[in-house]
Design a protein around this ligand. Structure first.
Ligand SMILES: [Fe+2]
Ligand SMILES: [Fe+2]
Length: 190
């Protein structure tokens, strides 16, 4: 199911490409989980509120858990973890964030993370139904509820710094544009 904060579904061409090279998709996925953990950790460092920091810390650990699970699956398939050029998606989304005012910057970080998590949840579900390998299918299936919970948590925590709904239209528009004009590579967020 498409999260209500997303403006468009993933194009069929993305799934077709993803299924054509599941090993590269997994490799990129490992990098995405690693990046998600690092983004959450950087938010922990910027939190004056310990309650908020604890929730983000938990999420960082959960993303690291996902990273380890993807690495295990890569090992099972004989895929070696190394360098891989990321899709421009996350960097392009972040380029739209405000930087001067710390509260505005924080609000934008949470809104961007919410959209990335929502897109991940959508794609995990698509993969959980389409991938032929049953072990891989259940791996994607097991990730989906967490990513679903993550986008909701990001909006909830973002509300500490302002109204996420005020920034959502702007970033959701950018996100949809990036998804519609995705790069022709096999990447989780291409
Ligand atoms: Fe994750
Ligand atoms: Fe996540």
């Amino acid at each position: 199911m498409l999260a209500p904060i997303l403006r468009c579904a993933s194009p069929d061409s993305w799934l077709e490409r993803a299924l054509s090279d599941v090993d590269t998709l997994l490799h990129d996925h490992a990098h995405c989980e690693q990046k998600a953990a690092s983004t959450m950790l950087s938010l922990v460092f910027r939190q004056p509120d310990p309650e908020l920091a604890v929730q983000l810390s938990r999420m960082a650990r959960e993303e690291l858990g996902h990273f380890e699970m993807v690495l295990r699956e890569m090992k099972r398939r004989g895929v070696v973890f190394g360098k891989l050029e990321p899709a421009r998606y996350a960097a392009e989304l972040s380029r739209g964030a405000r930087k001067k005012d710390p509260r505005e910057a924080m609000l934008d970080s949470f809104v961007i993370s919410a959209l990335i998590e929502a897109r991940s949840a959508e794609r995990m579900e698509l993969l959980a139904h389409a991938v032929p390998d049953p072990a891989l299918r259940s791996l994607y299936q097991s990730f989906r509820p967490a990513e679903e919970r993550h986008w909701q948590l990001m909006l909830e925590l973002g509300a500490t710094f302002g109204d996420p709904l005020e920034r959502l239209p702007y970033f959701a528009g950018r996100e949809a544009e990036l998804i519609r004009n995705g790069e022709p590579w096999v990447r989780m967020h291409a």
